[in-house]
Write a protein that binds this ligand. Structure first.
Ligand code: DX5
Ligand code: ZN
Length: 217
């Protein structure tokens, strides 16, 4: 399974996003965290900034919506050109309708689960999604420690996908680094978001390559 590394620009320099996107040119996508200060206690950026990023980078943009009203906003990010749009299960009023709207706009649809949110209610709906994001920290901030208690859920999600013969990515986000990426990969993740580990590295391309090698299965 080819591991994908999606650096989170939450740890980039917000005054120099175009410059910092160039430093992650060897990544598989740029992970963009949209936070609204309602769903999570932090505020980052929204659709106009994502549109501006799409205009200056050839990298696919992996949008992670940590917002209270994804039903209102998710399709617009797909229409703008994001390659994938992830919304939180806990926030969506109609997750299936939302996933279908995202796909209709040509993006991959993904559902995210906080550490305390179970996958079980969504298992029968897996064919509606292209990716499941298992949060490995509580969403809201970069630089937190990986929660080992989420490994069982990563494993259950991967097993359910395999059992149903589906081709769905399992993304992990939060505390992913050289110290933790092998555990997440072993549990079944194949798309790895890393913010502080990538942007805090002295040699960013080398760090991306190292993480990708460590995650390969
Ligand atoms: C946290 C965000 C993450 C964050 C990860 O809520 O969703 O994408 O940037 O940062 P690190 O890799 O530093 O834990
Ligand atoms: Zn994220």
């Amino acid at each position: 399974m080819a591991a994908q590394i999606n650096p989170s620009i939450l740890s980039a320099d917000f005054a120099n996003l175009e410059r910092d996107l160039k430093t992650i040119a060897s990544a598989d996508a740029a992970h963009v965290d949209v936070m609204d200060n309602h769903f999570v206690p932090n505020l980052t950026l929204g659709l106009p900034v994502v549109q501006a990023l799409l205009a200056v980078t050839p990298l696919p943009i992996d949008v992670h919506l940590m917002i209270a009203d994804p039903d209102r906003w998710a399709a617009a990010y797909a229409e703008a050109g994001a390659s994938s749009v992830t919304f939180h299960a806990e926030a969506a009023a109609a997750p299936v309708r939302l996933a279908r709207e995202i796909r209709k706009q040509g993006a991959r649809a993904a559902i995210a689960l906080r550490p305390a949110t179970p996958i079980e209610p969504y298992l029968d709906l897996l064919p509606e999604f292209d990716m499941v994001l298992v949060m490995t920290v509580e969403p809201g901030f970069g630089g937190q420690s990986f929660l080992d208690g989420t490994l069982g859920k990563i494993r259950r999600v991967r097993e359910a996908i395999s059992a149903a013969n589906l081709e769905i990515s399992v993304q992990v986000d939060g505390g992913i680094s050289r110290e933790t990426i092998d555990r997440a990969a072993e549990a079944g993740a194949d798309v790895f978001v890393a913010g502080s580990a990538v942007f805090g590295a002295a040699d960013i391309p080398a760090e991306i390559a190292t993480l990708r090698t460590m995650a390969a299965r």
